[in-house]
Design a protein around this ligand. Structure first.
Ligand code: HEC
Length: 220
């Protein structure tokens, strides 16, 4: 009995005391955007000191990161277009752009076809054929109209690779027999196309799936 008499208050004291130290719960910190009277501008979130450059953020080559020369969009690619660059561009384009702009770039992608207030324009219209590469870079980086910018998802080098691929798409939709390199033959019969595309852009019809062979004794 006496044991219990000692134990109960001891436990009580223990429980009370364990909650006494609040340090771990109330750490000295500021909530985002909170006021701080220590600094004259009252901001707890401090601005970077002038000239500070975070690791990996020194964008010395401004054309590479903006597509602009002065205030004007430039036409040149900041690096040479190799087969690898085009393949990378194709892959990135098909991931990030084709859902809206379609694989051939006529603007009839799946997403806008399900209800968009504005359809993306075809890359094959004259205005966009003539638009400089730097203009595309700016649109991908910062967005335009109802299209969002993709600088967060697509690194600068990939944005340029996508532009190189868009140029290939533009060429493909206007190419004639003269554009076929010597030694390569044009297919005698044109592949079958489906769908209507006013830009002249079309997709190859996928081959119909093969019928599964009937298994002996199988139930239809
Ligand atoms: C979610 C759909 C969507 C995706 C994804 C998308 N776009 Fe667009 N894009 C649009 C729409 C819609 C417009 C038309 C914007 C407007 O006029 O308000 C547009 C416009 C454009 C234009 C035309 C600018 C002009 O002057 O008319 C370019 C170039 C372009 N997009 C490039 C791209 C590239 C490159 C990608 C991939 C990195 C991409 N877009 C991804 C929807 C999309």
């Amino acid at each position: 009995m006496t044991r219990v008499k000692i134990l109960v208050p001891a436990l009580l004291i223990l429980t009370i005391c364990s909650a006494c130290r609040q340090d771990m719960h109330d750490q000295p910190r500021y909530k985002p955007q909170a006021r701080n009277d220590f600094f004259p501008d009252m901001r707890s979130a401090r601005l970077l000191i002038d000239g500070t450059v975070a690791r990996g953020q020194l964008h010395e080559d401004s054309y590479f990161y903006t597509g602009k020369i002065g205030n004007n969009p430039g036409e040149v690619m900041p690096f040479s277009i190799t087969h690898d660059v085009l393949e990378r561009g194709q892959e990135r384009y098909n991931i990030f752009c084709a859902p809206c702009h379609s694989r051939v770039g006529d603007g009839k992608g799946m997403i806008p076809s399900r209800g968009f207030s504005r359809m993306p324009p075809s890359y094959h219209i004259e205005r966009l054929q003539k638009a400089p590469a730097g203009y595309y870079f700016d649109v991908i980086t910062n967005g335009l109209g109802i299209m969002q910018g993709y600088s967060g998802q697509i690194p600068a080098k990939d944005r340029w690779a996508i532009i190189a691929y868009i140029r290939a798409l533009q060429l493909s939709q206007k190419a004639g027999a003269a554009d076929v390199p010597a030694g390569l033959n044009l297919p005698t019969a044109l592949p079958k196309f489906e769908g209507d595309a006013p830009s002249g852009a079309t997709l190859v019809t996928p081959a119909p799936p093969k019928k599964e062979e009937k298994k002996e004794g199988g139930v239809e």
